[in-house]
Design a protein around this ligand. Structure first.
Ligand code: DCT
Ligand code: MG
Length: 403
């Protein structure tokens, strides 16, 4: 660009050219060009080189489009963008040109158009249009509150509300208990949870569970399990069981009581088990499972963190604690492997695994069970490896389950 400004010839390196537009391709022969002729093309080229596409930039953008489709109840496009994001997440390196994604599955024309825009202009006009949409902004903000789903958010939007302040000031809005906690701890729980914080919470909950039942088994699930590639998450998910069937009954409630006694339980919504094996496995992908569980907000103290990681706090924040969202699920031991597989995620991986089971193997898989429809029987599993083996698949490590 300096050369262009000074009117000197410009050298274009072929390896930096992006084979998506004819003019750029025509420069890719290399050599010297009078700046005045190629200025526009070189600018395009340089822009694209500098902004280029870490895959997570792509996936963030696609997740936003998926979220927008979800708000518009467009299930097909929502899934398409989510799938595309998952495929890009699974790539080993950043995308430098459209050629690099040629032949990849699940990238539809809308996704490709967005990526092409980003590669050429360093931005996507389609995404910017969505981001600046008033309804999208309001729904995104409202659903960022714990306990507020798209339906409630839409209702508030239709009432003309646009900010969290307006919602809190509106006398006719009755917040439920979960939403009240969501607003109360909004700043803390909208902040990412670090791996170090997840580890500290694991120690606290494990100690609590062992104090009640020394042989209880606690597993970290969700994005933090076995470093599913995630340094940060929006919550911390755990699975609890006992080695002997039936001994898990009542355990979760006792854990909750003990957390309350320790003064670290800021919020708890407990749901009893509604597992009914005669209705399993469920055909609905998004159906939340029927295990006993609780949605918690816990108080994590600075002193409970190990030396290698402090609390995620705002700069200047002097408080020595933060609130963190925790999900805790309890299962009987014979359902543990299915629940562990289901709660490890990612959502897309679970969705695709269930689809594979159904379409390719004639089996139904969910968080509770694996059912062989041909043989008309439930297949037992004591580990995730057993489930993969039943499906005739090689075991996939948790860190490989992001796609
Ligand atoms: N899950 C699922 N279907 C749902 C909800 C959750 O299969 N309807 C699975 C997938 C991931 C796991 O449960 C935990 O869910 P989240 O905590 O929402 O996701 P995460 O991967 O842990 O990511 P984060 O917590 O950072 O958003
Ligand atoms: Mg999680």
């Amino acid at each position: 660009t300096d050369s262009m400004r000074e009117g000197r010839p410009v050298t274009v390196e072929t390896r930096h050219c992006i084979p998506v537009r004819e003019p750029v391709v025509s420069l890719s022969v290399g050599g010297h060009f009078p700046a005045i002729c190629v200025c526009l093309h070189v600018c395009t080229c340089v822009c694209a080189i500098e902004i280029i596409l870490e895959n997570n930039l792509n996936t963030d953008v696609l997740e936003e489009l998926a979220e927008n489709s979800e708000f518009n109840e467009s299930k097909g496009p929502c899934l398409a963008f989510r799938r595309a994001a998952s495929v890009l997440k699974s790539l080993p390196s950043a995308v430098h040109c459209l050629g690099a994604i040629q032949g990849l599955p699940c990238l539809g024309e809308h996704t490709k158009a967005v990526m092409e825009e980003i590669l050429i202009f360093g931005r996507s006009f389609k995404v910017e249009e969505v981001q600046s949409d008033e309804r999208y902004q309001a729904l995104k903000l409202f659903t960022s509150v714990f306990g507020v789903g798209p339906k409630t958010a839409e209702k508030w939007y239709r009432r003309g509300l646009r900010s969290l302040k307006e919602i809190l000031a509106e006398p006719n809005i009755q917040l439920n208990r979960m939403q009240r906690a969501g607003f109360l701890y909004y700043r803390d729980i909208s902040k990412a949870v670090s791996k170090a914080e997840a580890k500290a919470l694991r120690s606290i909950i494990e100690e609590t569970a062992h104090w009640i039942a020394p042989d209880s088994i606690l597993a970290l699930t969700g994005g933090f399990r076995s470093h599913r590639g995630k340094e940060y998450g929006h919550d911390v998910d755990f699975l609890l069981t006992m080695p002997e069937m039936g001994k898990e009954e009542g355990l979760l409630l006792r854990v909750i009581d003990r957390l309350r006694d320790q003064g670290i339980l800021l919020y708890c919504e407990h749901q009893g088990s509604t597992v009914d094996m005669s209705k399993l496995p469920s055909r609905r992908f998004e159906a939340m499972d029927h295990f006993e569980k609780c949605f918690l907000i816990l108080r994590l103290e600075e002193g409970q963190m190990e030396r290698d990681g402090g609390l995620q706090k705002d700069p200047g924040e002097s408080r020595g604690w933060r609130a963190v969202r925790v999900d805790l699920v309890a299962t009987p031991v014979d359902r543990y492997a299915f629940a562990l597989l289901g709660w490890t995620g990612s959502r897309q991986f679970e969705r695709d695994l269930r689809r594979f089971a159904r379409k390719e193997r004639g089996m139904c898989l969910d968080n509770h069970a694996l059912y062989d429809k041909t043989k008309k029987l439930f297949l037992p599993a004591t580990s995730e490896e057993d489930i993969f083996a039943h499906l005739g698949l090689e075991y996939v490590e948790p860190w490989q389950r992001n796609a």
